[in-house]
Design a protein around this ligand. Structure first.
Ligand code: GGG
Length: 326
């Protein structure tokens, strides 16, 4: 059976890094690619940032590869994650040999709650002076994330996981999240340690080896994984997987990077490693590993894009990855 992969480049550098990752997927497998539109440009043309057709395609494909969305991020990424019923965003943040990193010893995985918190979409403008945001936290979503986290650490033989939260201030919402996650882990016999998310931000910069797998509420996971990107050499290196019960959506952690969009110099590594995660999700473990090894080899020996101190183009880096796959 040929798996169907929906490809949504989105805006900005999404249009450059997603074709790079597709060429890598084409080199290692036989997939049916269906391209779909979403983002700022399509909103300008049609009034809609996420056309119904794109949503339906993502909701029925085996996997989706997404690039980036800018101003319309909330109208694109959040519904696309809903389309695949994704309850967890897996964000590995590791330093690569040969890449200049603030903390070369970093090797973390963030498991971010993906449906709730302050990203659940309940914002209101009540008057000229007043806007509000309703934060949603349910025990069921927190438990579902915790079950995934327990499976994740057991499968990969980690000692346990850390739970980052701010339950000393947001007692009801983060308190519910923390209690639900810790309780599932206790029932499963998985060790956890708790860390206040602001303290985590400091501690991870000082010594990232204190942490391995970090389970976080939605916004905290978004912010803290970007912080970790700063420790390993930048956002061009962080892949992610939005996992649902039956399908999944893969995307680089970075956004549209309007400052370099269109110049052909975006680092495709994050998206190509997201494609490796996609391969592994579909059961192509060997091909996923080959792609990871090829990216690691290129990061170590070059060529490198300007964000990593080089002067290579997206195409140069992609070709170097493809050569290593031959
Ligand atoms: N590649 C995904 C992207 O466009 N990221 C920018 C962004 O605003 N992300 C928010 C989020 O991941 O929730």
């Amino acid at each position: 059976m040929t798996e169907e992969i929906v490809v949504v480049p989105g805006d900005g550098i999404g249009k450059e890094v997603v074709p790079a990752a597709v060429s890598v997927l084409e080199a290692v497998g036989d997939f049916e690619f269906v391209e779909a539109e979403a983002g700022d440009a399509v909103k300008e043309e049609t009034g809609e940032a996420l056309p119904e057709e794109t949503y339906e395609l993502a909701a029925s494909a085996d996997a989706t590869l997404f690039g980036a969305a800018g101003e319309t991020a909330a109208d694109v990424i959040l519904p696309l994650r809903t389309a695949v019923d994704s309850f967890v965003n897996v964000r590995p943040a590791k330093a690569y040999p040969g890449v200049d990193a603030l903390r070369p010893e970093t090797d973390l995985v963030f498991l971010r709650e993906n449906t709730e918190g302050v990203y659940s979409g309940h914002e209101d403008r009540l008057s000229e002076d007043l806007s509000t945001l309703t934060r949603v936290v349910t025990t069921s979503a927190s438990e579902r994330l915790a079950e995934f986290a327990c499976d994740y650490v057991e499968d990969r033989e980690y000692d346990g996981f850390s739970v980052a939260h701010k339950a000393n201030v947001m007692r009801e919402t983060d308190g519910r999240f923390r209690d639900a996650v810790v309780s599932v882990a206790e029932d499963r016999g998985v060790e956890t340690d708790e860390v206040l998310m602001d303290a985590f931000a400091t501690r991870v910069c000082l010594d990232p080896t204190q942490f391995d797998v970090v389970v976080c509420p939605n916004l905290a996971g978004d912010v803290l994984s970007d912080l970790a990107a700063g420790l390993v050499g930048g956002l061009g290196l962080l892949p992610s997987a939005n996992i649902g019960p039956e399908r999944a959506l893969f995307e680089p952690v970075h956004g549209t990077a309007p400052d370099i969009a269109g110049e052909g110099v975006a680092n495709p590594s994050a998206t190509i490693v997201s494609a490796a995660m996609l391969l592994e999700y579909l059961g192509y473990d060997e091909e996923g590993e080959q792609v990871r090894d090829a990216v690691e080899g290129v990061l170590a020996d070059g060529p490198r894009t300007p964000d990593l101190g080089g002067d290579a183009s997206t195409e140069d880096v992609t070709n170097a990855v493809l050569e290593r796959l031959d």
